[in-house]
Ligand binder design. Structure first.
Ligand SMILES: [Zn+2]
Ligand SMILES: [Zn+2]
Length: 368
């Protein structure tokens, strides 16, 4: 039997962190270890008792709401392995640098250097990776960003599915269905589960809003699958326009080329062409006078900002998590005695629960 303690990420959009125990073998794992973004950041309630009892940590991807509390976990005494994909591991250096420099952090900076990352290679996809006699796992791509994965974790005789953050229809990244369909526990991203969105409609609204070739437009994005998708879409739609990228974002696109198995077929070539194209440039200052389309979270002057994340402009909303239709599709292939929907704000969670057919849950399992 497995039990779960949710340390964050349930009925909230942030600090995703789940503690799972297989009771018969006392095997304990942690799925993600994030903070709630904001000023100040909010950490999950990690204690020395929790940190020192965990046998292994699994990271779905490197966004702050999934990894930001790792230094606090280490500061509380966790010395074990932190499993993540090679593509995620390749992005961890600058993140560790930020952790070391964080002012008012609830951990000592030295804890950052004790983190014991254990990357698994692309070649291990779909294979069972054994950690102990009672603990093994499999992984597949989850489509949310470079390196993002889902996990099937086997604990003793039980198994669970953890979707991590998931996108079923990314322009850039692969999403694979898990080979196994029946689980004791499934923890599923339902970040946009309170709505039905159309990627096509959002793209149309966005591209229409960018129509004037003489203007400066800004699309506010951070390092994410969403950013890669939007850059590729805009690049293809406007073959005469200049695109300006935050240098870290350009670097990120270039990193994607090293992990072609993470990309859709043909996407490596498209990205290679884009990066070699003279009409793609880096943003070098906050004064952007050349007309074009700017991809950055920086404050730039004289920009028309396209609000892709604003509730006031639902027409531009571009999903980076499953919406209601995606959750239903996921549940078509996954059944679990206990089903947990995470990453939804309370309002979205309530709407989602009202729509999910109860028969999708086996053995009288409960929604949490
Ligand atoms: Zn994410
Ligand atoms: Zn997330």
């Amino acid at each position: 039997m497995i039990s779960m303690q949710i340390l964050g990420g349930f009925q909230e959009y942030g600090k995703n962190c789940f503690l799972i125990e297989h009771l018969e073998t006392s095997t304990r794992i942690m799925l993600d270890c994030g903070v709630q973004n904001g000023q100040p950041e909010v950490y999950p309630p990690l204690t020395p008792e929790i940190a020192q009892s965990v046998d292994a940590v699994f990271l779905s991807h490197v966004h702050n709401d999934h990894v930001g509390a790792l230094p606090l976990l280490a500061d509380n005494g966790y010395e074990g392995e932190i499993w993540l994909s090679e593509a995620s591991y390749a992005q961890i250096g600058p993140i560790q640098q930020r952790w070391r420099q964080k002012s008012a952090a609830p951990y000592q900076a030295a804890a950052v250097d004790t983190l014991n990352f254990t990357p698994f290679s692309p070649a291990t996809k779909g294979q069972k990776i054994h950690i102990t006699n009672d603990l093994s796992f499999e992984w597949g791509h989850s489509g949310h960003m470079l390196g993002s994965v889902w996990y099937i974790v086997h604990l003793g005789d039980a198994s669970l599915f953890y979707s991590g953050d998931m996108v079923l229809d990314s322009v850039t990244f692969q999403t694979e269905a898990p080979a196994q369909s029946s689980f004791q526990l499934a923890i599923i991203d339902s970040g946009h589960g309170g709505q039905v969105t159309s990627r096509q409609k959002s793209e149309q609204a966005l591209l229409k809003a960018l129509e004037n070739p003489d203007r400066c437009y800004q699309i506010p994005v951070s390092l994410s699958g969403k950013a890669c998708d939007l850059i590729l879409t805009v690049y293809k739609r406007f073959p005469d326009r200049q695109l300006f990228l935050e240098p870290a974002l350009r670097e990120h696109l270039s990193d994607c080329l090293s992990y072609a198995a993470n990309l859709h077929t043909g996407m490596k070539e498209q990205l290679t062409n884009l990066l070699a194209d003279g009409r793609i440039a880096c943003i070098t200052s906050n004064q952007a006078s050349v007309s074009g389309i700017y991809f950055t979270n920086r404050r730039l002057e004289d920009m028309k900002i396209i609000p892709i994340d604003s509730p006031a402009h639902p027409e531009f909303f571009y999903k980076a998590h499953p919406d209601l239709k995606d959750v239903e599709k996921l549940l078509g292939g996954i059944q679990a005695e206990q089903l947990v929907f995470f990453h939804s704000r309370p309002k979205d969670f309530t709407k989602l629960i009202a729509h999910i057919p109860k028969e999708l849950i086996l053995n009288g399992g409960v929604y949490q």
